[in-house]
Design a protein around this ligand. Structure first.
Ligand SMILES: [Zn+2]
Length: 251
């Protein structure tokens, strides 16, 4: 694939993945946001830059549902647009700080899902309370707090990277979630898994207790059954979401 085609294909992945996470489209198992905000990025093949939505607010569109290839811009690891006259989304530091700190990360997602955010407001960490999604987060999901507001300055990026560590996700108290992974397919599926788990935990906590499984429980299960703790099913799930987009005339 030529470099130009490769970039076009990555832009299409960002556009489709964003559309999957747009709540009113009802593509995934849970609505992923309660505001119009949120963004999906992928690392550029050059490695020292990434692709993310440009700042388009003001014309009635959203960063998730109505992106076109022209809206996806290249940004360096300091969060600076490499395309004149276009600036990145306001919370670009989320993406730049993770790509800079984690060479294994190829895609980052930031969204504001209702249940994950609500648990964080209550000071509750999201834990592996169910078997369907718990194995994505065997040690729970770190919760970090920078006070009121979004993640927009360098210090916020540093706090995020610290909270995330080598993990897949972190929750910013009162605001939203950040997911990092080895592919855009993985980050989309992890984002959905996190919000489903948070919703189950929140409901279970209202009805009774929501005791998490331990990492040891999970490792024992996977050893006994010979299955993998984190398999290669993300792409299959992503393709299923893509099929749902097509059925609705959205892809
Ligand atoms: Zn945000």
């Amino acid at each position: 694939m030529s470099a130009k085609h490769e970039i076009s294909a990555l832009k299409e992945l960002v556009i489709l993945s964003s559309r999957m996470l747009y709540a009113p489209n009802e593509i995934t198992e849970v609505p992923i946001e309660f505001s119009q905000g949120g963004h999906v990025s992928v690392r550029h093949p050059e490695g020292d830059r990434f692709l993310v939505a440009a700042y388009i607010r003001g014309d009635g569109r959203t960063f998730l549902n109505d992106l076109t290839p022209d809206d996806i811009i290249t940004v360096d690891l300091d969060g600076r647009s490499l395309e004149p006259e276009k600036k990145p989304v306001g919370e670009v530091v989320i993406h730049s700080s993770i790509y800079k700190a984690r060479s294994d990360v190829q895609s980052v997602i930031h969204v504001h899902p209702f249940w994950s955010t609500t648990l964080s407001i209550a000071g509750r960490q999201i834990l592996p309370v169910g078997s369907s999604q718990g194995h994505y987060f065997p040690d729970g999901v770190p919760l970090f707090d920078t006070g009121f507001g979004w993640l927009v300055i360098e210090e916020h990026g540093e706090r995020l990277v610290q909270a995330l560590g080598a993990g897949k996700a972190a929750v910013h108290k009162g605001h939203g979630i950040v997911v990092a992974g080895e592919s855009v397919h993985e980050t989309v599926v992890t984002t959905v898994a996190l919000e489903m788990l948070a919703k189950q935990q929140a409901y279970a906590s209202l009805l009774g207790s929501a005791e998490p499984y331990s990492r040891k429980d999970m490792e024992n299960y996977y050893r006994q059954t010979g299955s993998k703790m984190w398999g290669s099913s993300a792409r299959a799930r992503w393709l299923w979401y893509q099929r749902r987009l097509k059925e609705k005339g959205l892809a």
